[in-house]
Design a protein around this ligand. Structure first.
Ligand code: COA
Length: 163
């Protein structure tokens, strides 16, 4: 076979393979549940994610809790809805909706920028249809702001803090 034909064929096959991959990409929310056999692993993964937080993400938490406090926090069922985010079956982050309908979302650094955040928020909007949802975003967190604005959230207030 001629070399240029061979190259074209290879290119075509690569494109086909990547489009099949795209079609198969799934983002699923699996609720964090103490009775789930994955629960202990989920809590450990959530603790690992905590270490990735920086000052542009944190609004309310300034220090990392001990693992003991972290476990107890999750045991207390602090949110109205809380789930792991799974991307093609792999745990990549978590999201929650608080009792005041505020959204929290955190995706592992190596999986950011793959539209997982977009798909997750779209799932939440669908799930909480008819209820307001809020996002408290640090003004330095441009990525998060872009995500919520893209999904038609409106800027409604600025919050100030001392101490
Ligand atoms: C913020 C976060 C949830 C976004 O999720 P994501 O999967 O990385 O984002 P997506 O790939 O769905 O992209 C969503 C939008 O964010 C913006 N965005 C994505 N990557 C960006 C980057 N590197 N710089 C600036 N904006 C970016 C774009 O507007 C993008 O939409 P577009 O690609 O259609 O233009 C995720 O990056 C994250 O968990 N960050 C750390 C924790 C955090 O900041 N949580 C939010 C607290 S309110």
């Amino acid at each position: 076979m001629r070399r240029d034909v061979k190259d074209d064929l290879f290119k075509l096959m690569t494109q086909m393979a990547s489009s099949i991959e795209e079609v198969n990409e799934t983002v699923e929310l699996r609720q964090i549940n103490e009775n789930d056999k994955e629960y202990e692993n989920d809590i450990r993964f959530l603790y690992e994610l905590l270490q990735q937080r920086d000052s542009t993400i944190n609004i309310s938490h300034k220090t990392i809790p001990s693992f003991y406090d972290h476990s107890n926090f999750w045991k207390s069922k602090p949110y109205k809805f809380a789930s792991m985010i799974e991307y093609n079956g792999t745990k990549v982050g978590y999201t929650y909706v608080s009792h005041a309908n505020e959204i929290g979302i955190f995706i592992d650094k190596q999986y950011q920028g793959k539209e997982i955040g977009t798909k997750t928020i779209q799932i939440l909007i669908q799930k909480f249809k008819g209820e307001p949802l809020f996002a408290n975003i640090n003004p330095l967190n441009l990525k998060s702001r872009a995500l919520f604005i893209k999904l038609r959230f409106k800027h409604i207030q600025n919050t100030y803090r001392i101490n």
